[in-house]
Design a binder for this molecule. Sequence first.
Ligand code: AMP
Length: 281
Amino acid sequence: MKVIHTRNALQEALRVYRGRGETVGFVPTMGALHAGHLALVKACREQAAHTVVSIFVNPVQFNDPQDFALYPRTLDDDLKLLDAYQTDLVFVPEVHEVYPEGTNELETYDLGSLETVLEGKFRPGHFQGVARVMRRLLEMIQPDVLVMGEKDYQQCLIVQQLLQIMHASVRFYMHPTVREADGLAMSSRNRRLLPDDRKKATLIYESLMYIRSHWRYMPFARLEAVVREQLQATGFVVDYVAIARSVDLQILQAPEDTEMRALIAATIQGVRLIDNMQINP
Ligand code: AMP
């Protein structure tokens, strides 16, 4: 496994693969790796001859400076895990390698209504930051396959839109959410949960399951209110509990004959958690 820090070294390593006509898969991450990330790496390895993983805590996508400062960084452990998963290249750039022009005046993308609902509404600027870093990483790596996680479903839609804007012919694979034994979606932020809050955090998963088994029998507004109240009673500050169309995340007030998805974002003791689940077969 090669650990690479610069654009130039990355180009050099990729040129070797390209010269042999071998495919490249890419898994972008912010590090603090867990079994969810590693499942993506494994899936990537099955779909391309070479796997590139990036570890970059992208300052441009954090709307909350405190969240950026507290984001877990565990590079030594991450590299050991990636080595054990037979990663070919790990790209660990400094900020100026990704943004040689600086991070002050960056381009803006037309991300449509995806930018103003759910995560977009509660984290202003976040998805512009995601699009900016992803465009740069995709241009540098030019992967054949891009692997991202359903846990960040809205992010997957944003990146799919970016691929269209870029006219990039990358195969996009969305990996199902990897969960702990009690259902909590794995997340780098889970490390910041105190033991008591870690136990409570499983309520987010249980709430999604509750919505999945009750949406046929309760008006959506009532269902969302019940779930919201229960989360609040347990100590969460709730950003949203919503049911939306999977294809474009249009918020729904009543069932539709399309794929529907429940999505929740809530904070416990300063740790913000998100999760989502398809609710109809
Ligand atoms: P992050 O390091 O949080 O930016 O995540 C890097 C990639 O891993 C993103 O595509 C995430 O959606 C994905 N990911 C994070 N947690 C999980 C999980 N529990 N299951 C599946 N994919 C995940």
